[in-house]
Design a protein around this ligand. Structure first.
Ligand code: ADP
Ligand code: ASP
Ligand code: MG
Length: 403
């Protein structure tokens, strides 16, 4: 048996829902299948837009209740479309499908999946159509963070004992860079969990990072495929190092970041702790952190956060800066991050030089650099992001006809 997940673009219109129903029908005729769906098209963004028109700071509980409606609609529509085509089907909300989460609204983590009801539907020979992205905590509806339907699908596949989970979207796999930005990006046949997590973390939205984490923990292969074409897609699994002949496997970019600069921090122990502990206490994830060498007893700290978190972040940063007598705390939103990702790249000299050279040639200024064992990231101006991704992609020979 298999689990299929269909993302927002795959169920964006009634015609596409019918198309998905036909695909699910074909799969069901071969073997039992459970389906997970996202909200139709841009529904989640549209709902958030509606909310902004009526409230500045809506309660997280109500946000989740609202957002969960998106997946409720698509699950019901797909189940109805299946029934109409002679395929017995049952739409299930997250809680009906047994998804128990923690209580962190908008970023809930799955604690447990009780697949009993999904299994009962399967035992009847019917197709369970599960609303992705949602769960329940202490009687309250929760959602799993943007892109969370991917995680629903992997968690369901794990709970059902599947070895694979097929994730269908508008691209036929994971590419060496976002194909919308780099026209000659190539599909990768396989990618390790680690590489995919780093790509997702650095902005490649094709799979949610938690879905990949969970797949690794449960030793389950994710196959990323297109809803609109047949093909092998990309397998995310344990990859033998000899399979990844290239050092750099892909280039990711992230526009959803903001940069905070705190200037003139007195050079005494404790400030970094005070600041980042306060941010953690507010549930803000901090990414890149750079501190300058002190001059005249003061240094500057630069860090990045997700744009959504900026209002809370700047409040906390200003309070912390004031408390220790720093000179200023300021935020900028017109920044982006471009990253080169690949297992084994640390051990190869020259990777960083190639990346910086490509950016220099493209006239892109680097504002901060961070590295890990499998990636190098540069903070740049948002206006430069497309040129930067193309330049780095080309410099590592990732496009057609090369490598
Ligand atoms: P869904 O709505 O089905 O969940 P998403 O929009 O979340 O789909 O993810 C698919 C999109 O991810 C693609 O349309 C593509 O533009 C984007 N994307 C970003 N980076 C990559 C990459 N490296 N490979 C493939 N797609 C990518
Ligand atoms: N609908 C949710 C979102 O837009 C979840 C998902 O699509 O995976 O983020
Ligand atoms: Mg997605």
């Amino acid at each position: 048996m298999t689990v299929h997940k269909y993302g927002g673009s795959s169920v964006a219109t009634p015609e596409r829902i019918i198309h998905v129903a036909e695909r699910v029908k074909a799969a069901w005729q071969r073997a039992p299948v459970a389906v997970v769906v996202s909200a139709m098209g841009d529904t989640t963004d549209d709902l958030l837009g509606l909310l902004r028109q009526v409230a500045h700071d809506p309660p997280a509980r109500e946000v989740d209740l609202l957002l969960a409606a998106g997946e409720q609609i698509s699950a019901a529509l797909l189940a109805a479309a299946l029934e109409d085509r002679g395929v017995p089907a049952r739409a299930l909300l997250g809680w009906q499908a047994g998804f128990a989460t923690d209580g962190v609204h908008r970023k809930a983590r799955i604690r447990e999946v009780d697949p009993a009801r999904v299994q009962a539907v399967l035992a009847e020979g019917a197709v369970p159509v599960v609303a992705g992205f949602q769960g329940l905590h202490a009687g309250e509806v929760t959602t799993l963070g943007r892109g969370g339907s991917d995680t629903t699908a992997v968690a369901l596949a794990a709970a059902l004992g599947c070895q694979r989970c097929e994730i269908y979207s508008d691209v036929d796999g994971v590419y060496t860079a976002d194909p919308r930005v780099v026209p000659d990006a190539r599909r990768l046949r396989a990618l390790s969990y680690e590489e995919m997590m780093e790509m997702a973390h650095m902005g490649a939205q094709v799979l949610q990072i938690r879905a990949v984490e969970l797949a690794e923990a449960r030793r389950l292969t994710i196959v990323a495929r297109s809803t609109f074409a047949d093909g092998p897609g990309t397998e995310i699994r344990e990859v033998d190092p000899t399979e990844s002949e290239m050092t750099v496997r892909g280039v990711a970019h992230d526009r959803n970041i903001a940069k905070v600069t705190i200037r003139g921090v007195p050079d005494r122990p404790g400030f970094a702790h005070r600041l980042f502990a306060a941010l953690a206490g507010h549930g803000v994830n901090v990414d890149t952190i750079v501190q300058s060498a002190p001059r005249d007893g003061r240094s500057d700290i630069v860090f990045t956060v997700a744009r959504d978190d900026l209002p809370r972040t700047i409040e906390v940063a200003r309070a912390a800066a004031e408390e220790v007598g720093a000179e200023s705390a300021a935020a900028e939103e017109d920044v982006a991050m471009v990253s080169a990702v690949g297992a084994g790249m640390v051990t190869r000299p020259g990777v960083a030089a190639t990346m910086f050279g490509a950016l220099a040639q493209a006239g892109v200024n680097i504002e901060a650099i961070t590295t890990s064992e499998i990636k190098i990231s540069c903070l740049i101006r948002e206006a430069d992001v497309e040129a930067a991704v193309r330049a780095v992609h080309a410099a590592f020979g990732l496009g057609h006809g090369k490598a």
